[in-house]
Design a protein around this ligand. Structure first.
Ligand SMILES: CC(C)(COP(=O)(O)OP(=O)(O)OC[C@H]1O[C@@H](n2cnc3c(N)ncnc32)[C@H](O)[C@@H]1OP(=O)(O)O)[C@@H](O)C(=O)NCCC(=O)NCCS
Length: 224
């Protein structure tokens, strides 16, 4: 995928386009992911939640879910600068940058990172249960460029390949704006009690698969 972002170089003569690649998250990504989650929540949820709710949620429920990484169902989106579109000698030294993450789960937990107390690690039955769409966080500088939707499509494809025909999540009010345009419907409101006494309203959302299987599949993403 070529992201919408285009960055002019210093001379303004050439354009640096940025490729977004998805790969499976690995344990070594965890410190970067934790920092990404913090900056994503503080930057992008500010329109939907108060500072007290955001800080309480970061301490209570948002964070890396290492079970998803262990299961091979958590993806990171990396921005990899392309070569400059000029006839200059190419410099391929630019490092990739994790700009987003998100996953799906075959386990019962609906939402919450490792620090969330109400976890249910039992496996779901694809024939009866909905796969969980989990823990989407995009860096604010990379929001509204289709990266969340890209990760979602890959997760839905992988869950479908694993036999699930329904998806559900506990969506933040921020996330509901993405999931709503991707066919998810609100099932019921959920109130998450936070350790600072605040309450975080989220929305239980669901989507049913219709039509042919999707092509994308996180089983096709390599571990690095
Ligand atoms: C929710 C989140 C993952 C969306 O990621 P994203 O990469 O910005 O989403 P996309 O660019 O794929 O958005 C696709 C479409 O969804 C809708 N959408 C997404 N974010 C929106 C917003 N803040 N306001 C209105 N519409 C929005 C738009 O229709 C958008 O298309 P457009 O940009 O062409 O109008 C991101 O805002 C985020 O990380 N939020 C903070 C953490 C969080 O709350 N995560 C959700 C946990 S359930």
């Amino acid at each position: 995928m070529i992201a919408k972002r285009q960055v002019a170089d210093l001379r303004g003569e050439t354009t640096l386009r940025t490729n977004i690649h998805l790969r499976l998250a690995i344990p070594g990504d965890i410190p970067v992911l934790q920092a990404l989650i913090d900056v994503s929540v503080r930057g992008l949820q500010a329109q939907d939640y108060t500072p007290a709710q955001i800080e309480g949620a970061l301490k209570t429920v948002f964070g890396v879910d290492t079970q998803l990484i262990a299961d091979g169902t958590y993806l990171v989106a990396e921005a990899v600068p392309n070569r400059m579109e000029s006839d200059e000698p190419k410099n391929d030294g630019a490092a990739s940058l994790i700009v987003g993450c998100g996953g799906w789960s075959k386990r019962k937990t609906l939402f919450g990172g490792d620090r969330w107390k109400n976890r249910e690690d039992e496996l779901l039955d694809p024939l009866r249960d909905a796969a969980k769409i989990r823990a989407f966080f995009i860096h604010p500088a990379w929001a509204r460029q289709g990266i969340g939707g890209m990760i979602l499509e890959a997760c839905e494809g992988a869950a479908l390949a694993a036999g699930f025909t329904r998806y559900e999540m506990g969506a933040t009010l921020t996330g509901a704006k993405l999931f709503g345009v991707k066919g998810y419907v609100a099932v019921k409101p959920i109130s998450i009690p936070l350790m600072n006494g605040e309450v975080l309203p989220v929305i239980h959302m669901e989507k049913r698969v219709s039509g042919a299987p999707l092509d994308s599949d996180t089983r096709g993403f390599r571990r690095v």
